[in-house]
Design a protein around this ligand. Structure first.
Ligand SMILES: CC(C)(COP(=O)(O)OP(=O)(O)OC[C@H]1O[C@@H](n2cnc3c(N)ncnc32)[C@H](O)[C@@H]1OP(=O)(O)O)[C@@H](O)C(=O)NCCC(=O)NCCS
Length: 213
């Protein structure tokens, strides 16, 4: 008897678990909800986000469902919860563009990050962001990664610059409840696959250059 061949379509690419030298980046799931609630309850974390005030548990529960849904739009993209030595430090995201002015969905993703205040200024946001940019270009075939923030959000802008993204534009949006500083607008930073590859080869060259001391 001749057996019949089972033809399977490739399953859609699910979100990968990633590892940097310090951070384990795990696809966001229900077990991370309490961490998201803690993160969004800090007024300093929320200063430049949403309506600028901390969020209640109920609000974060609703947002959490949307965050999980973000992983269902484009295979491989979504939210990642970050852990250092098994301790939650914050989350990172790569998501498809949502507004027409952000350009095409194909080949593009928006980068974001939000860390618990006690983990700021340790290089963690940029370490995780570098890995997501690598993952986006090398594993997911993206051609452009961009990020947006309020012009006055110095920490976020510095993180974008630290990972090799360049300022593309400053623009203005209509807000129902504008936050202080919104009169200075929003900024977009971006890095193309080509630029990322060029940076990478420069860094590899520097590493290969013998030290003169
Ligand atoms: C933005 C945020 C994620 C940065 O996290 P972080 O872990 O402190 O960032 P890093 O330590 O990786 O720092 C990255 C770069 O930004 C610089 N930086 C960080 N915070 C800064 C600040 N408040 N002012 C100026 N520069 C700052 C660092 O010096 C570093 O630059 P360098 O590599 O040239 O030395 C963190 O401040 C945060 O969670 N903020 C609240 C949420 C938020 O605003 N998210 C962005 C929304 S668009």
């Amino acid at each position: 008897m001749i057996g019949h061949r089972v033809v399977r379509e490739n399953p859609p690419m699910s979100q990968a678990t990633l590892q940097t030298s310090r951070i384990r980046l795990a696809p966001l799931s229900d077990e991370h909800l309490e961490h998201e609630i803690e993160l969004d309850s800090d007024p300093e974390v929320m200063r430049y986000l949403g309506d600028g005030r901390p969020r209640t548990r109920e609000e974060v529960e609703t947002l959490h469902r949307g965050r999980l849904a973000a992983a269902t739009h484009v295979p491989g993209l979504g939210f990642w919860a970050g852990f250092v030595n098994e301790e939650f430090v914050g989350w990172w995201i790569l998501e498809p563009p949502e507004r027409a002015d952000q350009g095409p969905v194909d080949g593009q993703a928006e980068l974001g990050y939000r860390l618990l205040r006690r983990h700021w200024r340790k290089g963690l946001a940029s370490e995780g962001a570098r890995e997501l940019i690598r993952h986006g270009f090398e594993d997911l075939g993206l051609t452009r990664v961009f990020a947006e923030t309020m012009a006055v959000n110095a920490a976020s802008r510095a993180t974008m610059a630290a990972v090799g993204m360049q300022h593309v534009r400053t623009f203005h949006m209509e807000w129902e409840e504008p936050l202080p500083g919104s009169e200075l607008g929003e900024v977009e930073y971006a890095i193309s696959r080509q630029l990322w590859l060029a940076h990478r080869s420069t860094q590899a060259h520097h590493c290969a250059t013998p030290q003169r001391r």
